[in-house]
Design a protein around this ligand. Structure first.
Ligand code: SF4
Length: 708
């Protein structure tokens, strides 16, 4: 640590600017109040243009959680069976020495690829969520993680059309005549967006919701379309068919800014209304009426949530949806067009700080969705797993396969977390992690255009350590003397701010310390287009993409049914005729906070929403225990029968921890671990299941096998 300015230290008593670390588009700027090194309260920063002084209930209880009794406070060594969660306390010194000794032996025998890092989005901090881990694992020479599960398919598909991840500025939508919420639930997952949606509505904008589930706010929609899961791309093709057939497209915009309109015309000709109605289960008249609304209410804004791209056809779905605004010329207007939340909206490449030059071998990645397969592979065998910022035993798919791999006695697993998560219960060693208030970091947003400072508010509660500090300890124990492992958070923040990228221009440490945030110079798609700098090969919006063809994809928007569907797998569909969607819930965030739900009067619980028609056919009523099952596995939930899902669709919102499910299995015991069509993203919504009512005594694996 260099000479540290006093004002960079935690304040003991006073206030500092923090930032919410969560995988949430809002990325709130926060003010943290401290008294005698104790965090007393937090509030949303009133001066941040999106946070506007308020934060969600998920994060508002953060101060009490810093001091919660169930938080991990010291390292643990497993003494029970894997998965049992039985441990004894050990010292940090012993934990680090044990890891280093074991890893040295494993590397000398198997080479560095026998150790796998795994991390999710436990913190979105550039240092503790990204740089610290990458540096260490690059130096160690392990495979690096390809983080695919969230939006990789969608953003790569979108880029074939637009050349960039950027879309419209979602906070500048007030002047649109039509807002479309397509496959998203922003009232639960992006609450600050409601402010901007409200402004547009007060100005007279119509609201359309496209979703197979009636999400919060859909009751207020002017237009409601409910496509069969995985058919959103077909719906967009049907809409384009109508708009082109009726001559309602913007010819001037198309001539000036797009490529391949004639080819698009021929393609959409193949998507008649009757054909699209049969694919989507939406009446042809409703598709036509809505296409006309979209063509006539200009300008318009489409917010596409990640849900409709978490299918085996998700990349092509986003590539197709991205063509709609070009057809009606929406990109000519600021705040119009389309927005798809994805982390690459923040375009700054931090790889220069990630230690790739330290590798003893060539860099190579593995797809995080394939974790279970990697752990099961024989050549080369994976002998150790290091998990931080993540909880794969809850959030990954095909859990029976993953849990079997995590139970391997010869797999040396280390988990660094704040709580004894479902994954930590399978660990050999558990390390206690700091919260956001006990570390400094820099946060970006994939919704608004800010860089936010998270200034350490308090000293770590005893024995908890940040990812950065833990990797520094491990580096030291492994004998790595590289200078980067001596750097503290403030050194790295300074290095990030010094990166040569226009998005960071003008952002300084002094300004961040003074305000907590600074506007990043992020360019929207409409700006890039109007300045002739859209980064597609042609510089235009590409209805036809030669690049897609070169990459082995069909070069035009197209619809391929989901990998599990009545069209592609009729025999499977006969056995498992219900589409199972596992979307977000209002009270938790990925698997964060689920563990608190039962501490707050059970305001949510793991339920299965089922349409009355499907429930009646199976003699299921609300409150019944039901088994949800398929060829991969099963879980048990409590039925809630209502029409908030369409017939043929069942949905469970949120991911709880094992202990909160009636039989300790979550919906990811049924979800598939095959990947999407483009970019290797997740496809867990392409999931067919059957449901049956069960009593406690019936709930055995044998019964489910029999039912299958
Ligand atoms: S979870 Fe989202 S809305 Fe809630 S405080 Fe964090 S960034 Fe803000």
């Amino acid at each position: 640590m260099s000479d540290r300015d006093h004002h960079l230290l935690p304040p003991d008593t006073g206030r500092v600017y923090s930032a919410c670390p969560h995988d949430c588009p809002d990325a709130c700027s926060i003010i943290s109040y401290v008294q005698r090194n104790r965090l007393t309260r937090i509030q949303g920063n009133p001066d941040h243009p999106v946070t506007q002084g308020f934060i969600c209930r998920k994060f508002s209880g953060a101060p009490e959680r810093v001091y919660a009794s169930d938080r991990l406070h010291y390292p643990l060594l497993r003494t029970g069976k894997k998965g049992e969660g039985v441990f004894r306390r050990i010292s940090w010194q012993s934990a680090i020495a044990t890891i280093a000794e074991r890893w040295r032996a494993l590397i000398s025998h198997y080479g560095p690829y026998c150790i796998l890092p795994f991390y999710g989005s436990g913190t979105e901090g550039l240092i503790n969520g990204k740089i610290a881990g990458k540096r260490f694992f690059n130096r160690l020479g392990t495979l690096q993680l390809d983080r695919t599960i969230c939006t990789k398919s969608g953003r790569e598909g979108y880029r074939y059309t637009m050349g960039t991840s950027s879309g419209a500025d979602p906070a500048a939508i007030a002047r649109n005549k039509l807002i479309i919420a397509w496959g998203c639930n922003t009232a639960s997952t992006n609450i600050h967006h409601q402010t901007f949606l409200k402004q547009a509505r007060q100005n007279g904008a119509a609201l359309a919701v496209i979703n197979p589930v009636k999400v919060r706010g859909s009751e207020a929609a002017d237009y409601l379309l409910s496509p069969r899961p995985g058919t959103d791309g077909a719906l967009a093709l049907g809409m384009m068919h109508v708009i082109i057939a009726e001559g309602l497209y913007d010819q001037e915009f198309i001539d000036r800014y797009t490529l391949g309109f004639d080819a698009l015309k021929q393609t959409v000709n193949q998507y008649s209304l009757d054909k699209v109605a049969a694919i989507t289960d939406i009446p042809a008249t409703a598709i036509r009426d809505f296409a006309l609304v979209y063509a006539r209410l200009r300008p318009s804004f489409i917010y596409v949530g990640p849900g409709c791209q978490r299918h085996s056809n998700g990349g092509m779905t986003l590539r197709t949806l991205a063509c709609l605004p070009a057809l009606v010329g929406a990109w000519q207007h600021k705040g119009s067009g389309l927005y798809f939340p994805t982390s690459t909206i923040f375009p700054v490449d931090t790889s220069a700080l990630e230690g790739e030059e330290l590798r003893p071998n060539a860099p190579e990645k593995y797809n995080m969705i394939e974790l279970a397969d990697r752990l099961a592979q024989k050549d080369p065998p994976v002998q150790s797993l290091y998990v931080f910022n993540g909880n794969p035993a809850t959030v990954l798919y095909n859990q029976n396969k993953l849990r079997a791999a995590l139970r391997r006695e010869d797999l040396f697993t280390i988990v660094h977390d704040q709580y004894l998560t479902d994954t930590a219960r399978y660990a050999d060693l558990v390390l206690p992690a700091t919260t956001q208030f006990e570390q400094s970091d820099l946060i970006f947003s994939y919704y608004h255009f800010s860089v936010l400072l998270n200034h350490q508010a308090i000293e770590p509660v005893p024995e908890c350590r940040s990812n950065l500090d833990t990797f520094r300890l491990l580096a030291d124990a492994m004998g790595f003397t590289d200078a980067c492992f001596q750097e503290d958070s403030w050194d790295i923040i300074n290095s990030i701010l010094a990166l040569d990228h226009p998005a960071l221009s003008g952002i300084t440490m002094d300004k961040l310390l003074a305000n907590g945030w600074q506007r990043a110079n992020i360019e929207t798609a409409d700006e890039l287009l109007s300045q002739g700098r859209l980064p597609t090969p042609s510089g235009r919006i590409e209805f036809y993409s030669e690049l897609m063809k070169a990459h082995g994809h069909y070069p035009l928007p197209w619809y391929v049914p989901p990998r599990e569907s009545r069209e592609r797998t009729p025999e499977l569909y006969r056995q498992f005729p219900l589409h199972f969607l596992t979307s977000s819930t209002h009270s938790s965030l990925n698997s964060n906070y689920a563990q608190f739900n039962d501490l707050h009067g059970g305001r949510d619980s793991p339920t299965l929403i089922m349409h009355p028609q499907d429930a009646a056919a199976r003699q299921i009523k609300s409150g019944d225990f039901v088994a949800v099952f398929n060829q991969r596995g099963r879980c048990r939930l409590v039925a809630r029968v209502d029409d908030s899902v369409k017939p043929g669709v069942v949905a469970s919102q949120g991911l709880w921890w094992d202990r909160q499910y009636p039989d300790g299995t979550n919906p990811n015991h049924t979800t598939p671990d095959f990947t999407g069509d483009i970019g290797g993203g997740s496809a867990f919504n392409s999931n067919l299941v059957e449901v049956m009512a069960v009593t406690d005594s019936q709930m055995t694996t044998t019964d489910i096998r029999y039912a299958c």
